[in-house]
Design a protein around this ligand. Structure first.
Ligand code: C5P
Length: 399
């Protein structure tokens, strides 16, 4: 219970996502935290005080004045907390927070709090995108607060896009992460990663290959090692060299070699991530000598390569298995079909239609699918994408 005895103060404002805070409180309590709740007057119309008081095992505050002339001391509440979380945070409360307004207990407590403040905004599409909201979120970050970005999806208005409050598990994860900055979240775990292209020999000098640079897999390896994992990286031909000496790198050339090497390590892996762009076909026979250009036509018969990831899926036991899908059309349907067919726990889709995403770039724009979820991300550096992927794995594997 990594939040044992941590004092968590949750401030709820008047957004439809307020009902989700019941789950967040329950999760914090499960982690051993002590929880107190403050609501803005409008939040009370969205979720019942009784529910929140029952789950948090504490009275819920919303006014400066309690019953029988008692005073709810905002300074004491602010001092009590090890972390304050404003979730959902409406545009109205956000604006008041960053401009020092103080017309209800939640704002007074916020202004008195000395602890780290987490903000999970929730608002409609255009409100979230509005320059004033963007500026207010930036100001909040400048104050040192931690903003947990809103997610994409269907909004209460029926519009679709970013604005939904981050899921309770994401908020919980952000808080846990804050308190455990030195904690190596993948300590004791073995992570197996495939990377790069494969080269399928035609003759001693020629091969069939692809444009994969291996960057995504090497970034994943680096990030997993930084999180304390034992990392085994099986890479096809690439000029990259891992910066971290502890990464156990095995260089291979063809798909057949990659399959062999992967299965030397797969059975004791906890997490396996297949980011390699494995050639689907290889020449049936490799010419022993360099093929001469005697004829106008040359036919090379190709045979199907083993599907390494599918084989891993078929033999899956404890492993959390992640695949990649690089698609040019019907992206979502193809990715979901692969998730199913290869028996994966998660698939990371990148579309070649997105500028800056895919093979040779330093950036990537991904969507993560599990059987239940779909999470879209912005265009980011491959380093940041690696962190997003491992966060997503950890959230589901290490709950
Ligand atoms: O079926 P498709 O090649 O699109 O699937 C892509 C995913 O499967 C990637 O994670 C890739 O690393 C993996 N793969 C594999 N062996 C193959 C082909 C793909 O491991 N022969």
């Amino acid at each position: 219970m990594s939040l044992q005895d941590k004092k968590i103060l949750i401030g709820i404002t008047g957004g439809i996502a307020a009902y989700k805070i019941s789950f967040l409180i329950r999760d914090f309590v499960k982690q051993g935290a002590e929880v107190q709740v403050i609501m803005t007057p409008s939040a009370r119309t969205f979720v019942s005080e009784l529910t929140l008081a029952t789950l948090s095992k504490n009275p819920v505050y919303s006014d400066f004045y309690g019953e029988n002339g008692t005073w709810n001391n905002h300074v004491e509440l602010g001092m009590w907390a090890d972390a304050m979380i404003i979730a959902p945070c409406t545009a109205n409360t956000l604006s008041k927070m960053v401009h020092g307004q103080c017309d209800h207990l939640l704002l007074a407590t916020y202004l008195s709090a000395r602890c780290p403040v987490f903000i999970a905004p929730a608002m409609d599409l255009d409100m979230y995108a509005h320059p004033s909201t963007r500026q207010n979120l930036e100001m909040a970050e400048d104050f040192g607060h931690i903003v947990i970005p809103a997610e994409e999806g269907e909004l209460a208005s029926g519009l679709v896009g970013p604005g939904r409050m981050a899921e309770p598990e994401t908020i919980l994860y952000a808080v846990k992460n804050y308190f455990l900055p030195q904690h190596k979240s993948l300590q004791g775990k073995t992570v197996l990663i495939t990377a790069g292209p494969t080269y399928e020999a035609i003759d001693p000098v020629r091969f069939i290959g692809n444009h994969s640079s291996g960057k995504m897999g090497f970034e994943l390896a680096k990030e997993a090692a930084a999180r304390g994992a034992k990392v085994i990286l099986v890479s096809g031909p690439t000029a990259l060299v891992p910066e971290n000496r502890e990464i156990d790198l095995h260089r291979v050339t063809s798909a057949a070699e990659m399959l062999d090497e992967v299965f030397k390590h797969y059975h004791h892996a906890d997490i396996a991530i297949a980011s390699a762009a494995v050639a689907d076909y290889a020449p049936k026979e490799i010419a022993p000598e360099k093929i001469k250009k005697n004829d106008d036509h040359l036919t090379i018969e190709l045979v199907k390569n083993p599907d390494i990831l599918k084989t891993m899926g078929a033999q899956k036991k404890q492993q959390f298995l992640v695949g990649f899908a690089l698609e040019t059309q019907n992206e979502e349907a193809n990715a979901l079909a692969k998730l199913e067919k290869k028996n994966l726990d998660m698939i990371v889709l990148n579309s070649l239609r997105d500028e800056g995403a895919g093979f040779k770039n330093d950036t990537n724009r991904i969507t993560i699918f599990t059987k239940q979820e779909q999470i879209g991300f912005d265009l980011k550096s491959k380093k940041e994408v690696a962190a997003d992927i491992l966060d997503a794995v950890e959230m589901r594997l290490l709950k």
